[in-house]
Design a protein around this ligand. Structure first.
Ligand SMILES: CC(C)(COP(=O)(O)OP(=O)(O)OC[C@H]1O[C@@H](n2cnc3c(N)ncnc32)[C@H](O)[C@@H]1OP(=O)(O)O)[C@@H](O)C(=O)NCCC(=O)NCCS
Length: 183
């Protein structure tokens, strides 16, 4: 793998640009029932050059065996910058790897891409994801009740935002990592 492909590295994982031949893997992760139920916004993100732009699709690779476990998508939507994460390999969820991957991707977006905020969409019942996002400093900007109809059920839809200055202040001050109930 070329050194340019790897964009960030932490203790337990690294993040690299996706390649065209990652497409089947990305699609297979969307077949996972948990990912499907929480990532109901569309199909698999584009892989390889199709995904390039100001952001792109990146693979999260666990360092134990260089094993790809999920993806992060960074997308520039006009004046909005969005981030999406899914750990597709269920055996790697709930071990703090989502937090490590998000931290690396947020740093990359704010430092390398010079974005000044990140937004994300999440279903209201995805408590694990919302806890993670709040720990990272994301705050709910909009909540639409029963907005999502997915497999016959209605769910709230949340739009959460993290401003770069908030991220910087959080890291400088090392505040309450749980967000202390602030919205
Ligand atoms: C949502 C998602 C990204 C969260 O990533 P994750 O790695 O599973 O979650 P975290 O990094 O927050 O860790 C989860 C738990 O492990 C705990 N944890 C943290 N570090 C840990 C470590 N080193 N060892 C063990 N557990 C750890 C955390 O405290 C957390 O517990 P809590 O939720 O009770 O607070 C991931 O579960 C996922 O991809 N889910 C399916 C798709 C999805 O929902 N995507 C989001 C769509 S908006």
């Amino acid at each position: 793998m070329g050194s340019k492909a790897k964009i960030a590295e932490g203790p337990r994982l690294f993040i690299r640009r996706s390649r065209a031949d990652d497409a089947p893997l990305l699609s297979s992760w969307l077949e996972d029932p948990e990912v499907r139920s929480y990532y109901g916004f569309g199909g698999a993100p584009a892989a390889g050059e199709k995904s390039q732009g100001p952001g792109g699709t990146f693979l999260i690779v666990a360092k134990d065996g260089d094993h790809p476990i999920g993806f992060i998508d960074l997308e520039c939507l006009g004046f909005r910058y969005d981030i999406t994460i899914a750990i597709g390999d269920g055996s790697y969820r709930g071990k703090g790897l989502g937090e490590e991957a998000m931290t690396l991707a947020i740093e990359y977006a704010f430092r390398e891409l010079d974005w000044n905020h990140l937004g994300l969409q999440v279903f209201g019942h995805n408590e694990r994801a919302i806890r993670l996002y709040r720990r990272l400093g994301f705050r709910t900007r909009r909540r639409m009740k029963d907005r999502i109809l997915f497999e016959g059920k209605r769910y709230d839809w949340l739009f959460m935002v993290l401003a770069r200055d908030r991220w910087d202040a959080r890291n400088a001050a090392d505040p309450d990592p749980e967000g202390a109930g602030k919205e």
